[in-house]
Design a protein around this ligand. Structure first.
Ligand SMILES: NC(=O)c1ccc[n+]([C@@H]2O[C@H](COP(=O)([O-])OP(=O)(O)OC[C@H]3O[C@@H](n4cnc5c(N)ncnc54)[C@H](OP(=O)(O)O)[C@@H]3O)[C@@H](O)[C@H]2O)c1
Length: 353
Protein backbone atom coordinates (compact mmCIF):
# COMPACT_ATOMS: atom_id res chain seq x y z
CA UNK A 1 0.00 0.00 0.00
CA UNK A 2 1.42 3.39 -0.84
CA UNK A 3 0.27 5.10 2.28
CA UNK A 4 1.24 8.72 1.92
CA UNK A 5 -1.36 9.51 -0.78
CA UNK A 6 -4.17 7.78 1.12
CA UNK A 7 -3.67 9.22 4.58
CA UNK A 8 -5.92 12.21 5.17
CA UNK A 9 -4.77 15.28 7.07
CA UNK A 10 -7.72 15.29 9.47
CA UNK A 11 -9.82 12.66 11.19
CA UNK A 12 -12.64 12.08 13.67
CA UNK A 13 -11.40 11.37 17.20
CA UNK A 14 -13.10 11.04 20.59
CA UNK A 15 -11.29 13.52 22.81
CA UNK A 16 -11.51 14.08 26.57
CA UNK A 17 -11.68 17.82 27.09
CA UNK A 18 -12.54 17.98 30.79
CA UNK A 19 -12.93 15.78 33.87
CA UNK A 20 -16.27 14.07 34.28
CA UNK A 21 -18.46 11.22 33.13
CA UNK A 22 -18.09 10.36 29.41
CA UNK A 23 -21.19 12.31 28.34
CA UNK A 24 -19.69 15.47 29.92
CA UNK A 25 -16.00 14.85 29.32
CA UNK A 26 -15.94 13.70 25.69
CA UNK A 27 -16.39 15.43 22.36
CA UNK A 28 -16.12 13.92 18.91
CA UNK A 29 -13.57 16.19 17.22
CA UNK A 30 -14.32 15.94 13.48
CA UNK A 31 -11.27 17.98 12.56
CA UNK A 32 -8.54 16.34 14.65
CA UNK A 33 -5.08 16.20 13.08
CA UNK A 34 -3.89 12.86 11.76
CA UNK A 35 -0.53 12.27 13.46
CA UNK A 36 2.51 12.91 11.28
CA UNK A 37 6.27 13.21 11.83
CA UNK A 38 6.70 9.73 13.28
CA UNK A 39 9.68 9.18 15.55
CA UNK A 40 12.03 6.28 14.67
CA UNK A 41 10.39 3.04 15.80
CA UNK A 42 6.88 4.49 15.61
CA UNK A 43 4.19 3.43 13.15
CA UNK A 44 0.89 4.88 12.00
CA UNK A 45 -2.15 2.59 12.29
CA UNK A 46 -5.53 3.06 10.66
CA UNK A 47 -7.86 1.90 13.41
CA UNK A 48 -10.61 -0.56 12.46
CA UNK A 49 -12.05 -1.24 15.91
CA UNK A 50 -11.33 -0.15 19.47
CA UNK A 51 -12.46 -1.56 22.82
CA UNK A 52 -13.32 0.15 26.10
CA UNK A 53 -11.81 -0.58 29.49
CA UNK A 54 -12.88 0.65 32.94
CA UNK A 55 -9.59 2.56 33.26
CA UNK A 56 -10.83 4.82 30.44
CA UNK A 57 -13.86 6.15 32.28
CA UNK A 58 -12.08 6.01 35.65
CA UNK A 59 -9.34 8.36 34.43
CA UNK A 60 -11.95 10.57 32.78
CA UNK A 61 -13.85 10.87 36.03
CA UNK A 62 -11.00 11.02 38.53
CA UNK A 63 -7.85 12.55 37.08
CA UNK A 64 -7.60 16.35 37.30
CA UNK A 65 -6.51 18.19 34.12
CA UNK A 66 -3.10 18.86 35.66
CA UNK A 67 -2.25 15.14 35.45
CA UNK A 68 -4.47 14.10 32.54
CA UNK A 69 -3.10 16.88 30.28
CA UNK A 70 -6.36 17.15 28.36
CA UNK A 71 -7.38 17.40 25.62
CA UNK A 72 -6.30 13.91 24.57
CA UNK A 73 -7.82 11.04 22.63
CA UNK A 74 -9.22 8.35 24.94
CA UNK A 75 -8.92 4.57 25.31
CA UNK A 76 -6.21 1.98 24.99
CA UNK A 77 -7.18 -1.15 23.02
CA UNK A 78 -7.45 -1.33 19.25
CA UNK A 79 -6.91 -3.29 16.07
CA UNK A 80 -6.21 -1.94 12.61
CA UNK A 81 -3.95 -1.77 9.57
CA UNK A 82 -0.43 -0.38 9.46
CA UNK A 83 -0.46 2.54 7.01
CA UNK A 84 3.04 3.85 7.69
CA UNK A 85 5.50 1.18 8.81
CA UNK A 86 8.19 3.90 8.97
CA UNK A 87 11.15 1.56 8.40
CA UNK A 88 10.22 -0.87 11.20
CA UNK A 89 9.95 -4.63 10.68
CA UNK A 90 6.25 -4.23 9.92
CA UNK A 91 4.86 -3.67 6.43
CA UNK A 92 2.20 -1.27 5.26
CA UNK A 93 -1.08 -3.18 5.11
CA UNK A 94 -0.22 -5.52 8.03
CA UNK A 95 -3.21 -6.26 10.26
CA UNK A 96 -2.26 -5.75 13.91
CA UNK A 97 -3.79 -5.42 17.35
CA UNK A 98 -2.30 -3.69 20.33
CA UNK A 99 -2.35 -1.24 23.17
CA UNK A 100 -1.66 2.35 24.08
CA UNK A 101 -0.88 1.92 27.80
CA UNK A 102 -2.09 4.62 30.20
CA UNK A 103 1.32 6.39 30.61
CA UNK A 104 1.80 6.51 26.83
CA UNK A 105 -1.77 7.77 26.36
CA UNK A 106 -1.15 10.61 28.82
CA UNK A 107 2.25 11.47 27.37
CA UNK A 108 1.55 11.17 23.61
CA UNK A 109 -2.18 12.13 23.67
CA UNK A 110 -2.77 9.20 21.31
CA UNK A 111 -5.78 7.04 22.11
CA UNK A 112 -7.59 4.10 20.55
CA UNK A 113 -10.83 5.98 19.81
CA UNK A 114 -9.40 7.70 16.74
CA UNK A 115 -9.25 6.80 13.07
CA UNK A 116 -5.43 7.01 12.99
CA UNK A 117 -2.95 6.51 15.81
CA UNK A 118 0.80 6.88 16.14
CA UNK A 119 2.55 4.51 18.53
CA UNK A 120 5.73 2.42 18.96
CA UNK A 121 5.81 -0.69 16.76
CA UNK A 122 6.60 -2.68 19.94
CA UNK A 123 3.01 -2.10 21.12
CA UNK A 124 1.37 -4.13 18.34
CA UNK A 125 1.44 -7.76 17.23
CA UNK A 126 0.11 -9.37 14.04
CA UNK A 127 -3.63 -10.14 14.07
CA UNK A 128 -4.29 -13.82 13.27
CA UNK A 129 -6.34 -14.09 10.07
CA UNK A 130 -9.09 -16.08 11.86
CA UNK A 131 -9.93 -13.12 14.09
CA UNK A 132 -12.34 -10.43 12.97
CA UNK A 133 -11.36 -6.86 13.87
CA UNK A 134 -14.21 -6.62 16.40
CA UNK A 135 -12.87 -9.77 18.10
CA UNK A 136 -9.23 -8.69 18.22
CA UNK A 137 -9.87 -5.11 19.35
CA UNK A 138 -10.18 -5.87 23.06
CA UNK A 139 -7.67 -8.65 23.55
CA UNK A 140 -4.65 -6.76 24.78
CA UNK A 141 -5.26 -4.77 27.96
CA UNK A 142 -7.20 -7.43 29.82
CA UNK A 143 -5.07 -10.23 28.35
CA UNK A 144 -1.81 -8.65 29.54
CA UNK A 145 -3.39 -7.88 32.91
CA UNK A 146 -4.34 -11.51 33.43
CA UNK A 147 -1.00 -12.74 32.06
CA UNK A 148 1.13 -10.53 34.33
CA UNK A 149 -1.03 -10.98 37.43
CA UNK A 150 -1.12 -14.77 37.15
CA UNK A 151 2.33 -15.57 35.81
CA UNK A 152 4.62 -12.69 36.89
CA UNK A 153 3.05 -11.77 40.24
CA UNK A 154 1.28 -14.91 41.50
CA UNK A 155 3.70 -17.33 39.76
CA UNK A 156 0.79 -19.65 38.97
CA UNK A 157 1.97 -23.10 37.94
CA UNK A 158 0.59 -26.15 36.19
CA UNK A 159 -1.56 -28.28 38.48
CA UNK A 160 -2.42 -25.47 40.90
CA UNK A 161 -5.93 -24.39 41.85
CA UNK A 162 -6.91 -20.80 41.01
CA UNK A 163 -9.95 -18.92 42.27
CA UNK A 164 -11.07 -15.97 40.15
CA UNK A 165 -13.45 -13.61 41.89
CA UNK A 166 -15.29 -12.14 38.91
CA UNK A 167 -14.91 -14.87 36.28
CA UNK A 168 -17.07 -12.96 33.79
CA UNK A 169 -15.12 -9.72 33.94
CA UNK A 170 -13.09 -9.30 30.77
CA UNK A 171 -9.94 -9.76 32.90
CA UNK A 172 -11.45 -12.90 34.45
CA UNK A 173 -12.38 -14.31 31.03
CA UNK A 174 -8.73 -13.98 29.94
CA UNK A 175 -7.49 -15.41 33.24
CA UNK A 176 -9.68 -18.53 33.02
CA UNK A 177 -8.31 -19.34 29.58
CA UNK A 178 -4.64 -18.69 30.47
CA UNK A 179 -4.88 -20.80 33.62
CA UNK A 180 -6.57 -23.68 31.78
CA UNK A 181 -3.93 -23.43 29.02
CA UNK A 182 -1.19 -24.27 31.55
CA UNK A 183 -3.20 -27.05 33.20
CA UNK A 184 -4.68 -25.48 36.33
CA UNK A 185 -7.99 -26.15 38.05
CA UNK A 186 -10.12 -23.01 37.98
CA UNK A 187 -12.98 -21.96 40.25
CA UNK A 188 -14.85 -18.77 39.38
CA UNK A 189 -17.53 -16.55 40.84
CA UNK A 190 -20.14 -14.69 38.80
CA UNK A 191 -23.90 -14.33 38.75
CA UNK A 192 -25.70 -17.58 37.85
CA UNK A 193 -26.53 -16.60 34.28
CA UNK A 194 -22.79 -16.56 33.41
CA UNK A 195 -22.22 -20.21 34.31
CA UNK A 196 -22.65 -21.66 30.78
CA UNK A 197 -20.25 -19.10 29.27
CA UNK A 198 -17.58 -19.58 31.93
CA UNK A 199 -17.82 -23.38 31.85
CA UNK A 200 -17.46 -23.22 28.05
CA UNK A 201 -14.19 -21.33 28.57
CA UNK A 202 -12.92 -24.08 30.88
CA UNK A 203 -14.00 -23.12 34.41
CA UNK A 204 -14.17 -26.28 36.55
CA UNK A 205 -16.20 -24.98 39.50
CA UNK A 206 -18.72 -22.16 39.72
CA UNK A 207 -19.89 -20.00 42.62
CA UNK A 208 -22.98 -17.82 42.18
CA UNK A 209 -22.26 -14.64 44.15
CA UNK A 210 -25.94 -13.71 44.15
CA UNK A 211 -26.63 -16.68 46.46
CA UNK A 212 -24.63 -15.21 49.36
CA UNK A 213 -21.28 -13.63 50.19
CA UNK A 214 -18.53 -15.50 48.37
CA UNK A 215 -16.29 -15.74 51.46
CA UNK A 216 -19.18 -17.42 53.32
CA UNK A 217 -19.80 -19.90 50.53
CA UNK A 218 -16.07 -20.73 50.32
CA UNK A 219 -15.65 -20.94 54.12
CA UNK A 220 -18.65 -23.27 54.37
CA UNK A 221 -17.37 -25.56 51.62
CA UNK A 222 -13.61 -24.96 51.20
CA UNK A 223 -11.74 -26.58 48.32
CA UNK A 224 -9.47 -29.50 49.07
CA UNK A 225 -6.62 -28.83 48.59
CA UNK A 226 -7.03 -25.11 49.19
CA UNK A 227 -6.52 -22.56 46.44
CA UNK A 228 -2.93 -21.64 45.57
CA UNK A 229 -3.92 -18.29 44.11
CA UNK A 230 -6.92 -15.97 44.42
CA UNK A 231 -7.29 -13.42 41.64
CA UNK A 232 -9.70 -10.62 42.57
CA UNK A 233 -10.82 -9.07 39.28
CA UNK A 234 -13.93 -7.14 40.34
CA UNK A 235 -12.17 -4.43 42.30
CA UNK A 236 -12.40 -4.17 46.07
CA UNK A 237 -15.96 -5.35 46.38
CA UNK A 238 -15.37 -7.59 49.32
CA UNK A 239 -12.47 -7.23 51.77
CA UNK A 240 -13.97 -10.18 53.66
CA UNK A 241 -12.86 -12.40 50.80
CA UNK A 242 -9.30 -11.62 51.91
CA UNK A 243 -9.78 -11.51 55.68
CA UNK A 244 -11.37 -15.00 55.67
CA UNK A 245 -8.94 -16.42 53.11
CA UNK A 246 -6.97 -18.60 55.55
CA UNK A 247 -9.96 -20.96 55.37
CA UNK A 248 -9.65 -21.50 51.61
CA UNK A 249 -6.24 -20.13 50.48
CA UNK A 250 -3.28 -22.43 51.17
CA UNK A 251 -0.41 -21.26 53.44
CA UNK A 252 2.04 -19.48 51.13
CA UNK A 253 -0.83 -18.75 48.76
CA UNK A 254 -1.24 -15.31 47.27
CA UNK A 255 -4.22 -13.00 46.88
CA UNK A 256 -3.79 -10.68 43.87
CA UNK A 257 -6.17 -7.78 43.35
CA UNK A 258 -6.58 -5.63 40.22
CA UNK A 259 -7.47 -2.60 42.25
CA UNK A 260 -10.37 -0.52 43.32
CA UNK A 261 -13.56 0.02 41.43
CA UNK A 262 -15.38 3.31 42.16
CA UNK A 263 -18.49 1.27 43.01
CA UNK A 264 -16.48 -1.11 45.17
CA UNK A 265 -15.92 1.14 48.18
CA UNK A 266 -18.88 3.02 49.49
CA UNK A 267 -17.82 5.63 51.98
CA UNK A 268 -14.87 6.66 54.10
CA UNK A 269 -15.50 4.09 56.83
CA UNK A 270 -15.37 1.20 54.39
CA UNK A 271 -12.21 2.61 52.80
CA UNK A 272 -10.53 2.83 56.22
CA UNK A 273 -11.54 -0.73 57.06
CA UNK A 274 -10.14 -1.89 53.74
CA UNK A 275 -6.79 -0.21 54.35
CA UNK A 276 -6.64 -1.51 57.93
CA UNK A 277 -7.39 -5.10 56.93
CA UNK A 278 -4.81 -5.08 54.14
CA UNK A 279 -2.03 -3.59 56.25
CA UNK A 280 -2.76 -5.08 59.71
CA UNK A 281 0.26 -7.16 60.85
CA UNK A 282 -0.47 -10.76 61.81
CA UNK A 283 0.56 -10.15 65.48
CA UNK A 284 -2.40 -7.72 65.63
CA UNK A 285 -4.71 -10.33 64.17
CA UNK A 286 -4.06 -9.56 60.48
CA UNK A 287 -4.67 -12.16 57.80
CA UNK A 288 -1.78 -14.62 57.38
CA UNK A 289 -1.86 -14.60 53.61
CA UNK A 290 -0.04 -12.37 51.13
CA UNK A 291 -2.15 -9.68 49.50
CA UNK A 292 -0.78 -7.90 46.43
CA UNK A 293 -2.08 -4.97 44.47
CA UNK A 294 -1.52 -5.39 40.76
CA UNK A 295 -1.09 -2.69 38.14
CA UNK A 296 -0.39 -3.43 34.49
CA UNK A 297 2.96 -2.30 33.17
CA UNK A 298 3.57 -2.92 29.48
CA UNK A 299 6.33 -5.38 28.61
CA UNK A 300 6.95 -6.49 25.02
CA UNK A 301 8.06 -9.97 26.10
CA UNK A 302 4.75 -10.53 27.96
CA UNK A 303 2.82 -9.30 24.93
CA UNK A 304 4.59 -11.74 22.61
CA UNK A 305 3.98 -14.63 25.02
CA UNK A 306 0.33 -13.69 25.44
CA UNK A 307 -0.09 -13.33 21.66
CA UNK A 308 1.17 -16.90 21.24
CA UNK A 309 -1.76 -18.17 23.35
CA UNK A 310 -4.07 -16.29 20.96
CA UNK A 311 -2.32 -17.76 17.88
CA UNK A 312 -2.60 -21.24 19.40
CA UNK A 313 -6.34 -20.73 19.95
CA UNK A 314 -5.93 -21.12 23.73
CA UNK A 315 -7.17 -17.61 24.45
CA UNK A 316 -10.26 -16.70 22.47
CA UNK A 317 -11.88 -13.28 22.43
CA UNK A 318 -15.28 -12.88 24.06
CA UNK A 319 -17.23 -9.87 22.82
CA UNK A 320 -20.12 -8.54 24.86
CA UNK A 321 -21.38 -5.93 22.39
CA UNK A 322 -20.37 -3.85 19.37
CA UNK A 323 -21.25 -0.16 18.88
CA UNK A 324 -20.85 2.23 15.95
CA UNK A 325 -18.34 5.08 16.14
CA UNK A 326 -21.20 7.54 16.58
CA UNK A 327 -22.54 5.54 19.53
CA UNK A 328 -19.45 5.73 21.74
CA UNK A 329 -21.46 7.20 24.63
CA UNK A 330 -23.83 4.21 24.51
CA UNK A 331 -20.79 1.93 24.59
CA UNK A 332 -19.64 3.72 27.76
CA UNK A 333 -23.09 3.24 29.30
CA UNK A 334 -22.75 -0.48 28.64
CA UNK A 335 -19.31 -0.89 30.23
CA UNK A 336 -20.26 1.35 33.15
CA UNK A 337 -23.30 -0.85 33.84
CA UNK A 338 -20.77 -3.43 35.21
CA UNK A 339 -22.87 -6.10 33.48
CA UNK A 340 -20.79 -6.62 30.31
CA UNK A 341 -19.59 -10.20 29.89
CA UNK A 342 -16.61 -9.74 27.60
CA UNK A 343 -15.42 -6.73 25.67
CA UNK A 344 -17.43 -3.66 24.73
CA UNK A 345 -16.19 -2.85 21.24
CA UNK A 346 -16.53 0.21 18.99
CA UNK A 347 -16.30 -0.13 15.21
CA UNK A 348 -14.15 2.77 14.11
CA UNK A 349 -14.30 1.67 10.47
CA UNK A 350 -17.97 0.85 9.80
CA UNK A 351 -17.08 -1.52 6.94
CA UNK A 352 -15.32 -4.13 9.13
CA UNK A 353 -16.77 -7.22 10.84
N1 LIG B 1 -4.79 -2.91 37.85
C1 LIG B 1 -4.79 -3.01 36.54
O1 LIG B 1 -3.74 -2.87 35.89
C2 LIG B 1 -6.09 -3.33 35.85
C3 LIG B 1 -6.09 -3.74 34.52
C4 LIG B 1 -7.31 -4.08 33.93
C5 LIG B 1 -8.48 -3.97 34.66
N2 LIG B 1 -8.44 -3.51 35.94
C6 LIG B 1 -9.67 -3.39 36.74
O2 LIG B 1 -10.25 -4.68 36.80
C7 LIG B 1 -11.66 -4.57 36.97
C8 LIG B 1 -12.34 -5.45 35.93
O3 LIG B 1 -12.13 -4.90 34.63
P1 LIG B 1 -12.89 -5.57 33.40
O4 LIG B 1 -12.64 -4.75 32.20
O5 LIG B 1 -12.52 -6.99 33.35
O6 LIG B 1 -14.41 -5.38 33.91
P2 LIG B 1 -15.77 -5.69 33.16
O7 LIG B 1 -15.53 -6.69 32.07
O8 LIG B 1 -16.42 -4.41 32.79
O9 LIG B 1 -16.63 -6.37 34.33
C9 LIG B 1 -18.00 -6.63 34.16
C10 LIG B 1 -18.30 -7.96 34.80
O10 LIG B 1 -18.16 -7.83 36.21
C11 LIG B 1 -18.97 -8.83 36.81
N3 LIG B 1 -19.25 -8.49 38.21
C12 LIG B 1 -19.77 -7.32 38.65
N4 LIG B 1 -19.89 -7.36 40.01
C13 LIG B 1 -19.43 -8.59 40.40
C14 LIG B 1 -19.29 -9.22 41.66
N5 LIG B 1 -19.62 -8.61 42.80
N6 LIG B 1 -18.76 -10.48 41.69
C15 LIG B 1 -18.39 -11.10 40.55
N7 LIG B 1 -18.52 -10.54 39.32
C16 LIG B 1 -19.04 -9.30 39.25
C17 LIG B 1 -20.22 -8.83 35.94
O11 LIG B 1 -20.76 -10.13 36.00
P3 LIG B 1 -22.29 -10.35 36.45
O12 LIG B 1 -23.13 -9.72 35.36
O13 LIG B 1 -22.38 -11.82 36.53
O14 LIG B 1 -22.44 -9.63 37.77
C18 LIG B 1 -19.71 -8.48 34.54
O15 LIG B 1 -19.64 -9.62 33.72
C19 LIG B 1 -11.99 -3.07 36.82
O16 LIG B 1 -12.11 -2.50 38.10
C20 LIG B 1 -10.75 -2.54 36.10
O17 LIG B 1 -10.53 -1.17 36.32
C21 LIG B 1 -7.27 -3.20 36.57
Amino acid sequence: MSSSTQIPKTQKAWVAVRRGKPSDALICDENAKVPSNLEPGEILVKVQAAALNPVGYKLMGLLPNLFAKRPHVVEHDFTGLVVDANGTELQNGDAVYGIIPVPLNLQSHQGALAQYIRLPASHVVPRPSELKPTEAAGLTLVGLTAYQALFDVAKLEQGQHLFINGGSTAVGISAIQLAKAIGCTVTVSASGKREPLLRSLGADHFIDYTKGPVHEQLSHDPPSPKFHVIFETVGATDVDLYTHSEKYLAPGGIFVSVGIHPHGISGFGQALRYIWELTRPSFLGGTKRTWKWFSLSFKRENFENFAQYVIDGKVKPVVDSVYSYEDVLKAYERIMSLRAAGKVVVKVDPSVD
